[in-house]
Design a protein. Structure first.
Length: 751
């Protein structure tokens, strides 16, 4: 419906909800009401048509001893059911004033309310016993009904037979409280309303709550004059609550509604399923019509039996659907458990993913990936929907709608593909969703009158009184932007899948945590071993170099050329081994050294390192430095100096065969909470096929004869950066230079 229609209906509902229909202060004239003090049974309120003998202040025992005894037994029973209870039929008065009444009673706080309804049957024989055969046949037919529609048809037919009304309807509410006539039985006097839809404003929220609390209501004559209850308040100073009353006067709006409908008598019986209002049995008669209380109770009994059978049938259908969907879910669980990632288990079996909730399309969406299955909106639209769901904050774990555009207006652009959405969140921390889509199902709805003109202000009733709509001519509307609704078993299947995914993820996380713990232990042992070995090897290598130098200096003249070559080789090899041990010791200490992060000027640190590196550069080399603005960084200065020194030393080393070495340092704009720094050179570069080895310990991509080194420098770079919470990577073209990147987390203190 249009937005204007929605606004109009909200106004109507708001106005109707303000009407105090449960404390109207009056009853219908086909009986009278007595409100008694529950302990003394003294009359404290009475309708104006009550016999004078039962006036306010009178003890009921003095006026009508038999009626007082009946009320006393009801009061002392202690197990009163919710709502009015039929006690029995009594006769009051004598001679020409003799009148039979059906007596009903209910409790309101400290009051006992008796309602005496006029009847032509003084014996009370027209009770349930007279309807036993009918009830038995009704129950048998209920068991053979194949569908909910068949059940509703049986109920409409039997209720009309018991009451004799011209028309009986079974009226079902939808999720928006619009009602649809799903079954009808009539004698042709009144027009058929079968399959017609009536707007929620016809039965506003307050009226629906009364229907839930009081299952039976009858209006024998829409032309009645209300009979006031006197005094207007209870001894507690409040209007008498007539929610459970069988004689309660109804809203003038409803009486006018009946007249506009062409009916002068009506009766309704509420259909409650699991305590919730499912619908109504609504009966109408062209002229005034009285239905005995016992017959009405029989209809209530029929309706309760119907509700039980309806609940059983719905649950049975849902159980069958749950079994079918459970088999699909079991397969998906097996598929997910077999894969390294649960996502692969879903993507590799799209048919089961869609069949799990009977969807036409699905999507698995994370912050960086969007995988589509079946018939779905374009990826861009799915991504926008993902952003909307993620922005809902503490939203529910499962989001369900059959009219997506009502909640997400941009969905109008792809309503033909996704008017229905069922979404489950599989990670709130990383905003990951599994989405299922259903296409639009365009259908025509027949309304019982134009729902836009459901009511209007009643000039005779004041600003809060509404005059109901006067036309019940069929008004057709084409509903768009809606899919078939998601059933409860389908929603539950999605929830169960979410639980399965979370279970798999949690189990994998526990496995990874155990592996990480073991890896940390192994790394600590390796660090200790490396530290011990490298520390113990430093002295022997220094001794080798020292004694070899002594041998060369003291005994050199007496050595042959070959002997001197051997000594030089020993010195060079021992010196290289000593350097390697020193680097290895530095690497092992890197994980043991506590970080002391402080904000600092990155440009000043780079300039200091650049001057140090240039000390070992041949003065004849041409080196051009291009250093951009580097800003500030939040890091351990000593460790960050090692990172820059290693990268600059490598850049100088691998550009030494160039006529002019060009070394560039810069900083990229922050992204994802990281500051990105880079060192670029025009040196020999490397083959990207081996980039994964670049930052490993003892990994070299060039021969030691070409470029000296131990293969530990870049491993140190990676280890230092990762300890700061950053990342490292490199890009290169063989023979055309290389670029090394490292990141540091952005911190406010660094700016």
């Amino acid at each position: 419906m249009s937005r204007a229609n929605d606004v109009a209906q909200r106004i109507d509902l708001s106005a109707c909800d303000r009407e105090p229909i449960h404390i109207v202060g009056s009853v219908q004239p086909h009986g009278f009401l007595l409100a008694l003090d529950a302990r003394s049974l003294i009359v404290v309120q009475a309708s104006a048509n009550a016999p004078a003998a039962a006036s306010v202040g009178t003890a009921l025992e003095n006026a009508y001893p038999d009626l007082a005894a009946l009320a006393s037994r009801y009061r002392d029973a202690g197990d009163q059911e919710d709502g009015a209870a039929y006690l029995r039929t009594v006769t009051l008065g004598s001679g020409s004033t003799r009148q039979a009444y059906e007596v009903a009673a209910h409790r309101v706080d400290d009051l006992l309310v008796l309602e005496l309804e006029e009847t032509d049957d003084a014996s009370g024989d027209a009770g349930l016993d007279a309807l036993t055969a009918r009830l038995r046949a009704f129950v048998q037919r209920l068991h053979t009904a194949r569908s909910v529609e068949d059940l509703c048809g049986l109920l409409a037919r039997d209720v009309r037979h018991v009451t004799g009304f011209d028309r009986a309807l079974v009226y079902r509410f939808d999720r928006d409280w619009h009602g649809t006539v799903v079954a009808e039985d009539g004698n042709g006097v009144l027009p058929s309303y079968l399959d017609l839809r009536f707007p929620a404003s016809d039965i506003p929220a307050q009226a629906r709550e009364l229907y839930r609390r009081n299952r039976l209501r009858i209006i024998p004559d829409a032309g009645y004059a209300p009979v006031p209850i006197r005094p207007g308040t209870t001894p507690a100073g409040r209007p008498l609550d007539l929610s459970q009353s069988v004689l309660r006067s109804v809203s003038p709006v409803h009486v006018a509604y009946m007249r506009n409908m062409g009916t002068m008598a009506s009766m309704s019986v509420s259909i409650l399923v699991d305590g919730a209002l499912w619908g109504l049995v609504s009966c109408h008669n062209e002229g005034p019509k009285r239905v005995p209380l016992q017959a009405r109770n029989a209809c209530d009994f029929l309706t309760q039996i119907f509700a039980l059978q309806l609940s059983a049938k719905v649950r049975g259908e849902q159980a069958e659907q749950r079994l079918a969907l459970g088999a699909i879910q079991a397969r998906l669980l097996s598929f997910m458990a077999e894969e390294d990632s649960f996502v692969d288990g879903l993507l590799n079996h799209p048919d089961d993913v869609l069949a799990l909730v009977n969807a036409s399309g699905a999507a698995v969406v994370t912050a960086d990936r969007c995988r589509l299955l079946g018939t779905t909106p374009p990826e861009r639209a799915v991504r926008a929907l993902y952003d909307w769901l993620s922005a809902r904050g503490e939203a529910e774990d499962v989001f369900v709608t059959e009219a997506l555009a009502e909640a997400f207006p941009r969905a109008e652009g792809f309503a033909d593909l996704a008017s229905g959405l069922l979404a489950i969140s599989v990670s709130k921390r990383y905003a990951s969703y599994i989405l299922w889509f259903r296409p639009e199902v365009v259908r025509t709805v027949k309304w019982g009158g134009n729902p836009v003109k459901a009511a209007s202000p009643d000039p005779e009733g004041g600003p809060d009184r509404l005059h109901p709509r006067q036309s019940f001519e069929i008004w057709k509307e084409t509903l768009k932007g809606r899919s078939l609704p998601w059933s409860l078993p389908e929603i539950e299947a999605a929830k169960d899948l979410r639980a399965s995914v979370l279970g798999i993820v949690l189990r994998r996380a526990e496995e990874l945590a155990a592996m990480s713990e073991e890896l940390q232990r192994s790394n600590k042992e390796l660090e200790a071993f490396s530290y011990s070995v490298s520390h113990d090897l430093r002295a022997p290598f220094r001794h080798i170099v020292g004694y070899a130098n002594l041998l060369r200096n003291r005994e050199g003249p007496s050595l042959s050329d070959k002997g001197r070559h051997y000594v030089e080789t020993i010195i060079e090899a021992a010196f290289s081994a000593g350097t390697l041990v020193d680097n290895l010791l530095s690497f092992s200490q890197m994980g043991r050294h506590a970080l002391n992060k402080v904000p600092g000027d990155m440009g000043a640190l780079v300039e200091e390192v650049r001057r140090k590196v240039l000390r070992d550069v041949d003065p004849g080399r041409a080196v051009r430095w291009e250093i951009g603005p580097l800003g500030r960084a939040y890091a351990d200065p000593a460790m960050l100096r090692l990172v820059v020194e290693n990268l600059l030393s490598n850049a100088v080393k691998y550009t030494r065969d160039r006529p002019e070495a060009v070394i560039e340092l810069g900083r990229l704009p922050p992204r994802d909470g990281e500051s990105v720094f880079y060192v670029r050179d025009n040196g020999v570069g490397f083959d990207m096929a081996y980039v994964d080895k670049l930052f490993g310990v003892f990994q070299r991509l060039h021969r030691v004869e070409e470029f000296e080194g131990t293969g530990i420098g870049l491993a140190n770079v990676r280890r230092i950066v990762e300890r700061h919470g950053g990342r490292t990577w490199a890009e290169s073209t063989l023979g055309a230079g290389a670029t090394f990147y490292f990141t540091l987390p952005v911190r406010e203190e660094a700016h």
